[in-house]
Ligand binder design. Structure first.
Ligand SMILES: C[S@@+](CC[C@H](N)C(=O)[O-])C[C@H]1O[C@@H](n2cnc3c(N)ncnc32)[C@H](O)[C@@H]1O
Length: 314
């Protein structure tokens, strides 16, 4: 089935959970886009990578509540909510919507490669929402851990495909000066290099130079996507903004060895070794997710301004 007008498709269904989506990092139209894709495609096995408070998980769980046998598997590297350590990752569901939990399994404390083989049980994932670091290597590595387990015609939804153009910088404190969204390019790079049928919404609350510009996108996997996976390995050579933990590199490398050819593993090794060596002199280092906190505050402010702009434009 061709997906059409996804952000308007059954968007009223979101009203059931609207009041719990305050901490969602997606704007309203982005939530509607995700909701519409799910309700049109009716995926059974859904993977979410990057949970935070649970905003996008709520959108997905709410959309699948009446889809028979649908199940959401969510992965987050942090056990605790990265913006506020006092809360668990995904706490919004436990706190406000526990009745949606029977269709949800949450895995925290590891990267995708730590859990994916158990989750996928073969090549079974219909839809994946990928929303993690936004800094290279970030989602470029995540997607390589995910692709071998996606169904043919499966859909990948990417959030923050234009994160680097958002004007978060306005309020970032001096303390967190090293956090710079201008280098938050990994989902943009991924969306640009991947060979697939790509989908963007028709509407956005974000403006770049006054022009609405969508910050969420999706692509439908086809033969070309899998035949051109070398391009994604190649894109890994772009400047790394942080170095993943050594234990995570080991886990993902083991997975890559199973699913990708020797040439790509070699590329991965060379690039990783290069940036590991360089890391001491990297200009931007964002190993700590605490740096995101000030960005989130600015993000909320930015959303607020955009909502006001929209009111006047309408
Ligand atoms: C942008 S937030 C996710 C926002 C959420 N999808 C929403 O819309 O409300 C990014 C999340 O990714 C997690 N994360 C960072 N690196 C990760 C990785 N390599 N694998 C899985 N999760 C990761 C962080 O802990 C954080 O919770």
């Amino acid at each position: 089935m061709k997906i059409k007008d996804y952000e308007n498709y059954q968007k009223n269904i979101l009203e059931d959970v609207e009041k719990y989506l305050e901490k969602s990092e997606m704007t309203k139209s982005e939530q509607q886009f995700l909701n519409g894709i799910i309700l049109q495609k009716k995926p059974k096995k859904i993977l979410e990578v990057g949970v935070a408070a649970g905003g996008s998980s709520i959108v997905i769980l709410n959309a699948i509540k009446d889809i028979d046998d649908a199940q959401l598997y969510s992965i987050d590297k942090n056990e605790n909510y990265y913006v506020n350590n006092e809360y668990k990752t995904g706490y919004l569901i436990e706190k406000f919507l526990p009745h949606l939990k029977d269709k949800w399994k949450l895995y925290t404390g590891g990267i995708t490669a730590s859990f994916i083989e158990n989750i996928a049980n073969g090549k079974e994932i219909d839809l994946c929402v990928l929303d993690t670091v936004h800094h290279v290597p970030g989602e470029l590595l995540d997607i390589l851990m995910i692709l071998p387990f996606m169904k043919k015609d499966g859909i990948i939804v990417l959030h923050d495909v234009m994160y680097n153009c958002l004007n978060y910088k306005i309020g970032i404190s001096k303390k967190y000066k090293c956090f710079n969204n201008k280098i938050g390019i990994s989902n943009n790079v991924l969306f640009s290099v991947v060979k697939a049928e790509k989908i963007l919404p028709n509407f956005s609350e974000y403006f770049v130079n006054g022009v609405p510009y969508p910050n969420i996108g999706a692509f439908i996997i086809n033969e070309e996507t899998l035949n051109n996976v070398d391009d994604i390995f190649f894109s890994l050579s772009l400047n790394w903004a942080y170095i993943p933990e050594e234990k995570d590199i080991e886990i993902m490398r083991k997975l890559f060895m199973k699913y990708y050819n020797e040439e790509n593993i070699k590329k991965f090794d060379i690039i990783y070794e290069f940036y590991k060596k360089e890391s001491e002199s990297l200009k931007y280092r964002i190993n700590s997710y605490k740096h995101r906190r000030s960005a989130i505050i600015c993000f909320k402010f930015f959303q607020f301004i955009n909502n006001i702009k929209r009111m006047f434009i309408k």
